[in-house]
Design a protein around this ligand. Structure first.
Ligand SMILES: Cc1cc2nc3c(=O)[nH]c(=O)nc-3n(C[C@H](O)[C@H](O)[C@H](O)COP(=O)(O)O)c2cc1C
Length: 181
């Protein structure tokens, strides 16, 4: 990651690998970056928003409709002046929504609203990752200008080895450094 302080939107999807995203959040903050965390409802089943609030030092975006905090819409205000949006873990569901212009929650709406660089770190079972529909969506996102890191081969939470493991936080940081000026 660039040592020039950047503003990063860290979007957390609903996969086991969300616990690794907490480490990524902490490392980004330690490097001096402003980190705005947003989570899907499923992500909150894996890691609680208070963890990311404490690590980032900011409240966590969990809903599009928070008129008191974001009168013009959370997707508008959280997307302002960003250098990079990182999605980790990028679930099959989020990848599918991004590739098809679906905006039915805060993160998928932010994806459409953000005009910064995009870095996605997919994570899922090997069977999910190998599905033609998922691979089509990934190809579409690459064509749309998104950068992807991983998934890696290795131990998966479904108790098997294969392709689908989210890249390690340090590797995602390194990729982010390459992307940022
Ligand atoms: C224990 C468990 C682990 C899961 N891990 C993943 C995963 O690694 N990747 C994935 O795409 N979906 C995974 N899912 C399924 C997603 O949580 C589900 O598709 C959800 O709708 C994703 O929502 P989101 O994309 O809004 O976060 C998992 C579900 C469970 C119950």
């Amino acid at each position: 990651m660039s040592q020039t302080p950047a503003t990063v939107l860290l979007a957390v999807g609903g996969g086991i690998a969300a616990y690794k995203t907490a480490v990524l959040c902490s490392r980004l903050v330690q490097l001096g970056h402003e980190v705005r965390v947003v989570m899907t409802p499923s992500a909150q089943r894996f890691v609680g928003p208070p963890t990311f609030a404490a690590l980032s030092g900011r409240s966590v975006g969990i809903d599009s409709f928070e008129p008191e905090q974001y009168p013009t819409g959370a997707h508008i205000e959280l997307a302002k002046a960003l250098d990079l949006m990182i999605v980790a873990p990028a679930t099959a569901n989020l990848i599918g929504k991004f590739a098809n212009g679906i905006a039915d929650d805060l993160i998928s709406t932010l994806y459409l609203q953000c005009d910064c660089q995009m870095l996605l770190a997919p994570a899922m079972s090997e069977l999910m990752w190998s599905k033609p529909s998922v691979q089509r969506n990934v190809q579409q996102l690459r064509a749309d200008g998104c950068q992807l890191i991983g998934p890696e081969e290795g131990w998966l939470s479904c108790r098997s080895r294969g392709a689908g493991r989210m890249s390690e936080p340090e590797d995602i940081l390194e990729k982010a450094r390459d992307i940022l000026p």
